[in-house]
Design a protein around this ligand. Sequence first.
Ligand code: SF4
Length: 313
Amino acid sequence: MRTFFSTLFRSARDAGRNPASIRRPIGLPRALFHFLHPGLWEAFFSSLGIPVVLSTPTARATLERADLISETEHCLPVKLLDAHLEELASRVDRVLVPRILSQRRGFISCPKLAALPDAVRAQFRGHFEVVTADLDENRLPLARTLAGLGKQLGFDAAESEHAAAAALQALAAAEASAPPSDAGPKRFLLIGHPYNLADAYLSEPVLLKMASLGVPIDRLDFGSPKSAPEPLRWDTSAHMLEILRALDPARCAGVIQLTSFNCGCDSMAGPYYRETLKAAGIPFMALTLDSHSALAGLDTRLEAFVDSIEGRS
Ligand code: SF4
């Protein structure tokens, strides 16, 4: 009986708020925030019964479109977001573009992420609706932000909170990783912002080249800084610095940073990475990504880096 009435009430409530409309598909670009919160958005919308339409993974053609349609001064990850959104424009009538202000309490995110919904609305006016929410851990925990977004989309409090919990569970599962092994030869570490490391088109060439050289390499795990924001307050930059400070020179053969041309955060944080590693006696090299060259010259630089380290040891 209870189930019958619940169903009846639910149907009536859904009818009043046009379930077909609130559950229409939403586009999710495989760029930037997709990689900052792996698994989160798919689980959130799936729990609400909203089909998620993902853009196709980054390829050479995505880079070429990014270079054609995006603002010249943007860093590569922001340019790529534009190309992924352009592809979604013909497939959905709404897309998710959150405003990311802080991913961890006490820290702030790159200022470019704070302007994304406005920039996207300006660039794609008339192409799709931009669904957004402010992700600001300094003001509101992510669970409440997600629950608020659910209500904003037309769902009731219970549905929204349930979706938020499912999303956080998926995020925790995606972020869980096995600790690196202490056995075997010294290993290299590839660092960078999550959207550079998790986008296979950008990071796989480095990993494959190192594998072809017979050199073991790990990719920096997802995660947030755990300690106080000294001296970096940008969350992803502080996470990298924290990891570098904890590296054991007896276990780490060298560090490679995947950075983006025009990245303001990396231009400020880079010297801290370099100084930290220099003090620990760990070799360091930065590879810069941009839409023209991507990773041109990559093979030669990686070979020279590895050779120089092997020559020293
Ligand atoms: S941190 Fe750098 S690469 Fe990331 S969005 Fe900001 S400017 Fe772009």
